[in-house]
Design a protein around this ligand. Structure first.
Ligand code: FKS
Ligand code: ZN
Length: 343
């Protein structure tokens, strides 16, 4: 399986993440992908290719052009306004306020286009997000061109980003763009299966009223886990998309057996619907040692999960999302790929 990866991810490395009332070094840091790269090479998956430039045409169609322009210009406007630090949203439109009028002053714009203030924008964030997108798009083109599967080693991740909001370490929703590219390339139905510990609120939101892109997510229950305000089991899709959204929220301490049962149910839904291409939002933060998550998966469980996903026999693009037990991120990520390949 070929991996697509860009070194430009390094351009995004904020100094600070707001957690527990303190600023700490972000959990989502550049070294995460070093562990994945090393493990890929160690296991002989050494077909690693840099992507070309991103293709903005499908992105401009799927996401809000104003939001994309904001991501591109936020740092410059922030600095021009005399702000001393990194771009951090201090306030967002809440209950009873206007959620659809974008202020002109940068501080207001930031809150308008953000949904969670732990995530900072720096001078390199836009370029890094584009390089992550480029890897996902190159992986999609590789699979659309006939490969069985490809791995996009994306950083920063994408699944919390909606059409017009960033947050949860995510800026551009890579998996959603890949799904749309499969549709544009002629796939009748596409599924995005999200096995990251956190609910893929961005992906769900982007496809919520569509029947042509299924979204299925296994995640920490919103009663206990970020993103908190979406991801309940009764969110089944809306309008034409009713019945095309599947959430499997699970409580703290969940081990592999019930998690795998949820995975099997998701796989059965995909099988029952005539899906022609599969996108995996591949986070490995369901691991038992993950510092910000609460499931109890073992490293070998990730191999088994990859095996089960392979049973679908679909053209598949894996997009890297989260995973913060830094030393195990490589092993767990590559275990999913090896399980898929039947290694
Ligand atoms: C830490 C609280 C952290 C934000 C969690 C974001 C999770 C991001 C992710 C992604 F795949 F996008 F990277 N709250 N004290 O893992 O879902
Ligand atoms: Zn996550």
């Amino acid at each position: 399986m070929r991996t697509f990866f860009s070194e430009d991810h390094r351009l995004h490395f904020p100094q600070a993440e707001l957690t527990g009332g303190q600023f700490v070094t972000p959990f989502e840091r550049p070294s995460r992908v070093e562990y994945v790269l090393n493990r890929l090479k160690e296991q002989g998956l050494s077909d690693i290719v840099a992507p070309g430039a991103p293709d903005m045409a499908p992105v401009e169609k799927l996401l809000d052009p104003g939001f994309l322009r904001f991501l591109e210009t936020a740092w410059g406007e922030w600095k021009a306004a005399g702000m001393a630090g990194e771009v951090i949203a201090a306030g967002m439109p809440a209950r009873g306020m206007h959620t659809d009028r974008c202020p002109e002053y940068i501080d207001g714009k930031v809150g308008y286009y953000c949904h969670a203030s732990e995530t900072a924008i720096t001078g390199g964030t836009w370029k890094a997000a584009l390089s992550s997108l480029a890897s996902a798009q190159a992986a999609q083109r590789h699979v659309a061109g006939g490969a069985d599967a490809a791995f996009a080693l994306c950083r920063p991740p994408g699944h919390h980003a909606t059409a017009d909001q960033y947050g949860g370490y995510c800026f551009i929703n890579n998996a959603a763009v890949v799904a749309q590219m499969f549709r544009d390339g002629g796939a009748g139905k596409v599924a995005v299966l999200d096995i990251d510990f956190h609910h893929g609120n961005g992906t769900q939101n982007i496809f919520y009223d569509r029947a042509d892109v299924l979204f299925l997510s296994l995640h920490g229950a919103p009663s206990h886990a970020y993103p908190y305000y979406l991801g309940y089991a009764d969110e089944r899709g809306a309008g034409a998309g009713e019945g095309a959204n599947f959430n499997y929220p699970m409580l703290p301490g969940t081990p592999y057996a019930p998690w795998a049962e949820a995975l099997d149910d998701a796989i059965a839904q995909i099988r029952a619907t005539g899906v022609e291409a599969l996108v995996i939002s591949l986070g490995v933060d369901a691991y038992k040692e993950d510092p910000i998550s609460f499931f109890k998966l073992e490293s070998e469980d990730f191999t088994d999960a990859g095996r089960r996903i392979a049973g679908l026999g679909l053209p598949t693009v894996f997009c890297m999302e989260g995973g913060y037990a830094i030393e195990a991120v490589g092993i767990n990520t590559v275990n999913v790929l090896e399980g898929f390949l039947g290694a």
